[in-house]
Ligand binder design. Structure first.
Ligand code: NDP
Ligand code: 2IT
Length: 444
């Protein structure tokens, strides 16, 4: 099927799911040079099978709030592709969640997980539940209800969820407690677990660190580094926090962080005690980033994203579609030389094209933020063997995986005639392993 017909077919079968259409289109376009060289992928209808999830689960999540009222949310788990390993991918709790969001994330996860080099398939789940403003006990009751249905669909060799937006250590704890109670087994069914009960050191840091290591590899191709660079970061959650820490350790200066209300600009850099303040603010008190500006007397810009701030490197680490074409133009005009996606699909397609056409180093999410799920894979490996590695050991493995992902994406882009285009390279490198495994397994 040509690109247009395939996209028409995907849109007709998944009406209104615009984020999913966007994610599919990019992959389908990227793998065209491969399809031309390898007619077997068309013969085996690999793309047509890949865009149809193996299984989609939607369920009711009723729970009681602190005032005794019953609330009803919707839960999702999409088990997208198990060609190279058990379904693996996060859970997102955010009011914007609907099936199109989970499907785009699950689809991207297939190729991202393949890029890690580990045996993990693709899946994603979540709910339209909004943890903001909820008490710990409300979050616990919600998580228990969510897991009371999810548990029958997952398992350490079947499907292993983890965190994403709105799902961090607290939520994974409540989800794990309920799973363990229901199945009466202590097993590796979730990653991002607490260190005392089977979690891996460095999983918390992994996505942000990994995205920064990946950016370092991109900079190396121009004989450059983070030293002395001014860096803008969006978001102030898990990924943003640890990207900020690693950028500082590598000699860069992070000048912005944001949340869905606005961004802060600190020209002196967000590090040391200021960085610790962000962690306490966001992970414990669950407050707004504007409090940073109040505390340290810096600028806060309400209702805006940070991309107007001059920088050398931009790391979008909040959410999808958070850099549009106008913002990409501003970044380029301000001299930005590298953009790397800590978040999933943060850059709109026309903005991606603008960066690439203007010679900006561009690290696509599937490659740049794969360090989180890669370290989840390392957590599973440790659990299966029943051991716990040191922080240094996990961090070293993570670093090497990010170096490999960069190299494999670079090489694939070059081999298929798009030297330097890591979007195409990452999509092709991720696709090939899954496609070949699907052919090995027959028509299933
Ligand atoms: P968190 O929930 O810890 O943080 C999310 C951050 O993004 C918060 O600052 C939040 O602000 C902001 N944000 C969320 N939604 C929006 C929105 N619609 N508009 C503006 N800002 C928003 O999530 P993570 O840090 O874990 O995830 C961030 C991104 O990284 C996501 O795209 C996720 O899919 C991706 N990712 C995460 C991985 C992980 O291991 N956690 C792995 C790979 C990718 P506010 O508090 O106001 O909502
Ligand atoms: O988007 C992602 O890769 C994640 N949210 C992490 C998934 C995982 O299973 O660790």
């Amino acid at each position: 099927m040509d690109i247009e017909r395939l996209m028409d077919w995907v849109i007709a079968k998944n009406p209104g799911e615009k984020e999913y259409h966007q994610a599919v289109k990019e992959v389908v376009e990227s793998v065209q040079p491969v399809l031309k060289k390898h007619p077997e992928y068309e013969r085996f209808k690999i793309l047509e099978r890949m865009v149809e999830p193996e299984r989609q689960i939607m369920f009711r999540v009723p729970w009681m709030d602190d005032s005794g009222d019953i609330q009803v949310n919707r839960g999702f788990r999409i088990e997208f592709n198990s060609a190279i390993g058990p379904y693996k991918g996060g859970l997102r709790f955010h009011p914007s969640v609907y099936i199109g969001i989970i499907k785009f994330l699950g689809f991207e996860q297939i190729f991202k997980n393949s890029l890690t080099g580990l045996p993990i398939g693709g899946g994603k789940g979540g709910s339209d539940f909004d943890p903001k403003g909820k008490s710990d006990m409300e979050v616990m009751r919600f998580c228990q209800s969510f897991m009371s249905e999810l548990f029958r669909h997952i398992g350490p060799l079947t499907d292993v969820p983890a965190g994403d937006i709105g799902v961090g250590g607290r939520e994974i704890g409540y989800l794990y407690g309920q799973y363990k109670k229901l199945v009466n087994r202590f097993e590796s069914v979730l990653t991002g677990k607490g260190i005392n009960w089977g979690g891996s050191l460095a999983r918390t840091e992994a996505t942000g660190y990994g995205a920064t290591y990946f950016t370092e590899e991109m900079l190396k191709t121009r004989k450059d580094s983070f030293k002395g660079k001014t860096v803008t970061i969006s978001g102030s959650g898990n990924v943003a926090q640890y990207a900020a820490q690693k950028v500082y350790q590598l000699g860069g200066k992070v000048v912005t962080l944001s949340d869905s209300s606005g961004y802060i600009y600190d020209p002196d850099g967000i590090a040391g005690d200021k960085w610790k303040f962000v962690l306490e603010l966001k992970n414990m008190r669950r407050g707004r980033i504007s409090e940073y500006a109040d505390k340290f007397g810096v600028e806060y810009v309400a209702g805006k994203r940070p991309w107007g701030t001059p920088c050398d490197v931009a790391l979008p680490c909040a959410t999808q579609n958070e850099i549009n074409l106008d913002e990409a133009k501003t970044l380029v005009n301000n001299g930005c030389i590298a953009v790397s996606e800590g978040a999933n699909m943060p850059t709109l397609p026309e903005a991606v094209d603008h960066f690439i056409e203007n010679g900006v180093l561009f690290g696509p999410a599937k490659a740049a933020n794969a360090g989180g799920v890669a370290t989840s894979g390392l957590e599973m490996a440790q659990n299966h063997v029943g051991i716990a590695w040191t922080f240094e050991k996990v961090d070293q493995e993570l670093h090497q995986i990010m170096v490999n992902i960069h190299k494999n994406s670079w090489d694939a882009a070059e081999k298929y005639g798009h030297k330097g285009n890591l979007v195409i390279g990452a999509n092709i490198a991720g696709f090939l392993k899954v496609a070949d495994s699907m052919i090995d397994h027959g028509i299933v």
